[in-house]
Design a protein around this ligand. Structure first.
Ligand code: ATP
Ligand code: MG
Length: 359
């Protein structure tokens, strides 16, 4: 599983020019306001004094390992579970005092897939449209438009159980938007999807965002996704906010601007310490046998010094790559751990089998 996870995390996604990440005016009103929110289950505190605001039109990412409290936060914001302390306002409505008003403003895609497997795509969408009182006249138009947007028009009569994981996620996205909500909550919409389906889901989301005035709050543990698509990111760890800012500012806040990933053959025991002592190095993580991630304020000078000590010590360099710091480094900086390691420890969400029927 760890190989699969690291493959998913590192997969080179096709480069796409997402336009969902538009600039948000500084005076835009808040769509979401969370203030000192707490959730306790008995003695266990799942969410611990978290506060943040999300502006209208923003794509806001909650990034954190399994069990960090992301789903619990979403469930409180979307009125699904009571808040232990603090408050959440959604579209100006206090979710504890005006849950119905808050609910009308939101669309929610929960972490587990919840569309009815025995119904067709269109039937699933119709049920939700009726549930949300979308007028009959508007219903067909809304469903046609959404099917087109999520690229499922030609599958509208297909039974949901015949769809691939990516298609089911796209159906759920359409379903969550059928009543034209202003604020869209998505809990890990791409977990378990292959890289191409992940990109397809994000394309859908960004295309929807460009057509509708929508605020998006999304949880993920894919750093690349959060980096590319979110206006701002909150790193959640053990129920607390570890950091919150734009991806650019988060990366800039980590000491060192460049990462050298380097693998040596049989380095000596004190090798990590020697790497730390190199010119301009700000931190060193030992990732696997012989594999180090070296953060530095000066990529070229440290690379030269690193190769020199390796040659002097007779330690062969097997691979070496130099890149800008990533959100992985931000996560390590603020939590002291690697997100990937945390994910390997926990079970991974698995997409259901696809029986293989096609319309
Ligand atoms: N109903 C519950 N009763 C007791 N503990 C709970 C309950 N729901 C969640 N928890 C605990 O609260 C913590 C936060 O869980 P949550 O589901 O919010 O995490 P998450 O960040 O969404 O994780 P994941 O990435 O696995 O979805 C976990 O330790 C979880 O075990
Ligand atoms: Mg969750």
């Amino acid at each position: 599983m760890s190989a699969e996870l690291s493959k998913n995390n590192n997969a080179a996604l096709p480069v796409l020019d997402f336009n969902g990440k538009s600039d948000i005016p500084t005076d835009a009103p808040n769509a979401i306001e969370v203030s000192h929110i707490v959730k306790k289950y008995g003695d266990f505190t799942a969410v611990d004094d978290v506060s943040f605001q999300v502006k209208e039109g923003e794509i806001f990412g909650l990034l954190g390992p399994n069990g960090a409290g992301k789903s619990t936060l979403i469930r409180m914001m979307t009125t699904l579970i009571p808040i232990t302390a603090g408050s959440a306002h959604i579209a100006g409505h206090n979710v504890s005092k005006e849950p119905d008003e808050a609910r009308r403003a939101i669309g929610v895609i929960p972490q587990a897939l919840t569309s009815d497997l025995d119904l067709t795509i269109e039937e699933n969408l119709n049920i939700y449209a009726k549930l949300y009182d979308v007028p009959a006249k508007r219903r067909k138009e809304a469903i046609d438009e959404l099917l087109e947007t999520v690229d499922l028009t030609k599958w509208r009569h297909a039974q949901t159980k015949t769809l691939s994981g990516g298609m089911r996620r796209r159906l759920e996205i359409a379903r969550g938007l059928v009543h034209s909500p202003k604020i869209f909550f998505l809990d890990e919409p791409t977990t378990g999807l292959d890289p191409v389906s992940r990109v397809a889901v994000w394309e859908m989301l960004t295309s929807i965002k460009s057509k509708r005035k929508l605020t998006v709050l999304i949880t993920t543990h894919y750093m690349d996704e959060a980096d590319r698509l979110c206006n701002r990111i909150a790193i959640v760890d053990h129920g607390k906010l570890a950091a919150l800012d734009t991806p650019e500012a988060l990366k800039a806040s980590v000491p060192g601007s460049t990462v050298i990933e380097v693998q040596f053959d049989n380095p000596p025991a004190d090798w990590e310490q020697r790497l730390r002592g190199l010119s301009e190095v700000t931190s060193v993580q030992h990732q696997a046998a012989g594999m180090y991630r070296v953060l530095t304020a000066n990529g070229s000078r440290t690379t030269t010094a690193l190769v020199e000590i390796a040659v002097d010590a007779g330690v062969p360099v097997r691979t070496l790559t130099v890149q800008n710091t990533t959100l992985d480094d931000v996560f390590v900086h603020y939590t002291g751990r690697q997100l990937r390691d945390e994910l390997v420890k926990a079970h991974q969400f698995e997409m259901p089998q696809r029986p293989g029927m096609r319309p």
